[in-house]
Design a protein around this ligand. Structure first.
Ligand SMILES: C[S@@+](CC[C@H](N)C(=O)[O-])C[C@H]1O[C@@H](n2cnc3c(N)ncnc32)[C@H](O)[C@@H]1O
Length: 331
């Protein structure tokens, strides 16, 4: 049977692409403009058609040329939307704020290609922002190009991902009767200890021969203070006389081995391993995001963290992809 075809916009390292590939979809195009993230994508998906380009520079004619005779079933992607956080406060609409231009680029691709279904992922706050007006605007933008929209905030921890990560998923279908059903929750949380199992121990500054499993270097003072912080503990574990009086509270937190991880972002340098005196390595962060160990991240430590922190956990993307498949199978 022919595979369903997808396009990944704002592809990053490819967390979402990986989930869709695993569910049996075929990539026709991926767009990412960051050279380093694109290197990662190319390395892990050598058969995909990656365009390393600012999405704004891809004209409608070019889109049609790239697609050719392919019938696109689904467009997926997570456009960065920066303007929404203050748009409400200053009384401006989400759509009119130029910092949300990339959202409009996503709508433009959907409008030109007219896939049967699209999946747009974004920060959970979109749902409640500006007393619900922002999500209403978004739904209307898609409605104007012919789509019926459903949305929900999912917490990755409920889908076999060892991490508290809430994100909105907005799903539109060309069919007026949007039959998409969000995946069913699993009933067991995976702890961080389970997630990191089997990875060799490392000291601050040590490297290993496992790809992306290299520990960053911490100052002597930091290491001393953190040596007092227990599994799941914080700066209050540090003896009074050594405890910093001010500064970033996150500097002195240790992961709780019995819980899933807190949300992985682009900068996790200040949260320490539950029983090793250092921050997590890229490989450990990748485990928490459910990337397999053979998925390699390119670039320096900062870039590696960014692309891991940006990603949709592949395991969650896989379940979304299966729900998308249900819709397509029943068209
Ligand atoms: C939230 S991340 C996407 C993560 C991806 N969905 C995943 O699962 O790994 C957004 C991506 O959009 C890219 N991006 C931002 N502006 C762009 C633009 N104008 N053109 C193309 N890509 C852009 C960023 O470099 C970043 O990798």
């Amino acid at each position: 049977m022919e595979k369903y075809k997808y396009i990944d916009l704002f592809a990053g390292a490819g967390g979402m692409s990986l989930g869709f590939d695993k569910a049996g979809f075929e990539n026709v195009l991926a767009v990412e403009y960051d050279e380093c993230f694109a290197e990662t994508y190319k390395f892990n998906f050598p058969d995909h058609n990656l365009k390393v380009e600012d999405i704004k520079n891809i004209s409608n004619d070019e889109i049609k040329k790239i697609i050719g005779n392919n019938k696109i079933d689904v467009i997926i992607g997570g456009p960065p939307c920066q303007g929404f956080s203050i748009a409400g406060r200053i009384g401006r609409n989400f759509i009119d704020d130029e910092r949300n231009q990339l959202f409009k680029e996503f709508v433009r691709f959907v409008n030109v290609i007219k896939p049967k279904i699209f999946v747009m992922e974004n920060v959970a706050a979109l749902k409640t922002h500006n007393k619900g007006k922002t999500i209403e605007e978004i739904v209307n933008e898609f409605k104007n190009v012919g789509y019926t929209v459903k949305y929900d905030v999912l917490n990755a921890v409920n889908y076999g991902v060892p991490q508290q990560r809430r994100r909105i998923f907005i799903i539109g279908t060309l069919n007026e009767n949007n039959k998409f059903e969000f995946p069913k929750k699993t009933n067991k949380y995976i702890t961080i200890k389970e997630a990191l199992k089997g990875l060799p121990e490392l000291k601050s500054g040590e490297t290993s021969n496992i790809p992306n499993h290299n520990a960053m270097h911490h100052s002597k003072q930091m290491l001393e203070k953190m040596s007092y912080v227990k599994d799941g503990g914080d700066r209050n574990d540090i003896p009074e006389e050594l405890r910093p009086k001010s500064g970033d509270i996150r500097k002195y937190i240790r992961y709780n081995s019995k819980e899933p991880s807190i949300c992985i972002t682009g900068d996790m340098r200040k949260v320490f391993h539950f029983n090793q005196n250092r921050a997590l390595t890229g490989r450990e962060l990748a485990r928490i995001q459910t990337f397999p160990d053979n998925f390699i991240f390119k670039g320096n430590a900062g870039k590696v963290q960014q692309q891991i922190g940006n990603a949709v956990p592949p395991k969650l993307a896989f379940q979304i992809a299966n729900s998308v498949k249900e819709v397509l199978d029943n068209e």
